[in-house]
Design a protein around this ligand. Structure first.
Ligand SMILES: [Mg+2]
Length: 372
């Protein structure tokens, strides 16, 4: 059997409708999620798919920019590339252009899907096999009102969810502290709560919130301040409150190491779009674990079941997952795979199919295709 070669490659920008608008810290409101989907086809008839969400405030890349980089720089390098030499290709793609982690992610995920399909194993087997038997799935609360958040949390707890994330930096800080206490009261001591301000807080509010949050038993407090504000984050970490977590600041492994050394963080939020895909996230998870950092794996809000599948394979294989996993396909009104990934009883079962283990619905990809 000859090794398959990639003979066709396409990058397709899509806009996927969210089931409900999501409010982020800093006042942003999203109704759709934009992603770049990559389709690779081999001369042996295999098709591999990858996805990366556009998150300009996270990686600095817009959807049109991602498409341009993938079309002009990355995909031409894969023309007649051997699928089995994924790591060699990866090194070339990394050297071809600095940064552009989300554009690289879409391609990297598709390469893993192809490799798994060629060897007829799930991606988690390519990554070394299962490290746990269930995933602690985190549920995101981002409604317009506190009452809606509280009702939804109680409903999700009854469905088996134990980990909840609230958005902070949206309302006055006193209201958000009160909301946290109300949530703790409604859910009881077993629920694990965390908060994410998506860079939307000032230093004084962040320190107040961190201290009050410790009283509510907050597991961690994510990204209160702008991504570059290392001095501020050190002060929040020293405020004597909840453990701090970097997301927007954790651009790459070098940033994670620097912020750890500075004493700014107790843990990190790792996303495939920030780290260039599956291989980069695994490297970051191993380094973070060595540094003693806690880890949360997360999709950007609104990635489809394709991007979520990549995260689930990583969730089953990274060395530690103390702060759980935050999938996103359940927040979409419509998906681009035939059997969308949904949490059941607070977990997502380990995928059993080849590659990513999801079957992309090409009709749906066409339907949600958008200009970029
Ligand atoms: Mg975050």
């Amino acid at each position: 059997m000859t090794a398959p070669l990639i003979i066709r490659a396409e990058a397709i920008p899509v806009s996927l409708p969210l089931a409900r608008p999501v409010l982020m810290g800093g006042g942003q409101r999203f109704t759709h999620s934009e992603s770049l989907v990559v389709r690779l086809e081999t001369d042996s008839g295999l098709v591999g798919w990858g996805e990366a969400s556009a998150a300009p405030t996270m990686t600095g890349e817009t959807l049109p920019g991602m498409k341009l980089v993938v079309d002009r720089v990355l995909l031409p390098m894969l023309d007649h590339a051997p699928v089995l030499e994924r790591a060699t290709m990866e090194r070339r793609l990394q050297r071809a252009i600095p940064g552009n982690s989300a554009a690289k992610c879409a391609v990297n995920v598709a390469l893993y899907d192809l490799l798994g399909r060629h060897y007829r194993v799930p991606v988690h087997a390519l990554l070394g096999g299962l490290a746990r038997t269930r995933l602690p799935v985190m549920h995101l609360l981002a409604n317009a009102t506190v009452e809606e958040d509280l009702d939804e949390a109680v409903r999700k707890q009854a469905e088996g969810i134990r980990l909840f994330k609230v958005k902070a930096g949206v309302k006055p800080v006193a209201d958000e502290i009160a909301m946290l206490s109300a949530l703790r009261e409604r859910l009881g001591p077993e629920a694990m709560l965390c908060a994410d301000a998506n860079t939307g807080m000032g230093l004084d509010d962040a320190c107040d919130y961190a201290r009050a949050a410790a009283g509510a038993g907050l597991l961690f407090f994510e990204q209160p301040l702008p991504d570059h504000d290392l001095d501020g984050m050190i002060k929040v970490a020293q405020a004597g409150g909840a453990p701090t977590c970097a997301d927007e600041s954790a651009h790459d492994i070098d940033h994670i190491i620097a912020w750890h050394r500075a004493g700014a963080i107790a843990g990190v939020n790792l996303k495939t779009i920030k780290l260039g895909g599956i291989a980069g996230l695994m490297r970051a998870a191993i380094v973070s674990g060595q540094l003693g950092l806690k880890i949360n794996l997360a999709c950007k809000a609104g990635e489809s079941s394709l991007g979520t599948a990549a995260l689930v394979h990583l969730g089953y294989t990274v060395p530690n997952l103390d702060w759980g996993i935050t999938p996103s396909s359940q927040y979409l009104a419509e998906d681009i795979v035939r059997a969308p990934i949904r949490p059941v009883d607070g977990t997502i079962p380990a995928p059993t199919g080849n590659g990513l283990g999801v079957e992309v619905d090409e009709g749906a990809v066409d339907r949600f295709r958008t200009a970029a």
